[in-house]
Ligand binder design. Structure first.
Ligand code: FES
Length: 169
């Protein structure tokens, strides 16, 4: 059966992916945006997501994995509702990223790549997120937080918890 009749994605996402595939002279140029949109909808790059994206582009699932594993923003396991990514690259490290990371580990009770028992938070250490001038920095889903202190981190976590209770992402 065709991708159209068997898609695991919502009709909205399926048509967005159709459009992306047609946008570039080489279909595989659409791979990363397709994976990001798919991850946003499904939560992570499951085998089924990888299979369908590969089929839409006309490459193998292995081709997709070979590219996707290079990017820290793409994940192969479900993350928490709020995925906290702390940069520990050089600029952030020199300005206290590991203190921030340790603080988060303690507050959340999880380590690198961990997910809290209630599924609200996941935590990971990542490479540069492009906010070096405002180090130390972290990203929570698509929001950036910089010039971090433990107090700022606590405020971000409190805000996320409040959103989780309201059902806001
Ligand atoms: S080194 Fe942390 S954002 Fe670049």
């Amino acid at each position: 059966m065709s991708v159209e009749t068997m898609s695991i994605f919502s009709p909205e996402l399926a048509s967005r992916l159709d459009e992306l595939v047609e946008r570039y002279p080489m279909k595989r140029s659409a791979l990363i945006p397709m994976l990001l949109y798919a991850q946003d909808e499904i939560g992570y790059l499951s085998d089924a997501v990888i299979e369908e994206v590969a089929q839409r582009i006309g490459i193998t699932a292995l081709d997709v994995r070979n590219v996707a594993t290079y990017y820290s923003m793409l994940r192969f396991k479900p993350a928490g509702r709020f995925n906290v990514q702390v940069c520990t690259n050089i600029s952030c490290m020199l300005r206290g990223a590991y203190e921030v990371f340790d603080h988060l580990q303690e507050k959340l009770g999880i380590g690198h790549k961990g997910v809290t028992a209630d599924g609200t938070f996941s935590l990971e250490e990542v490479e540069c997120i492009g906010a070096c001038c405002w180090a130390p920095a972290m990203q929570v889903n698509y929001d950036f937080h910089d010039e971090l202190t433990n107090e700022k981190v606590d405020a971000v976590l409190a805000d996320c918890k409040a959103k989780a209770q309201e059902g806001v992402r």
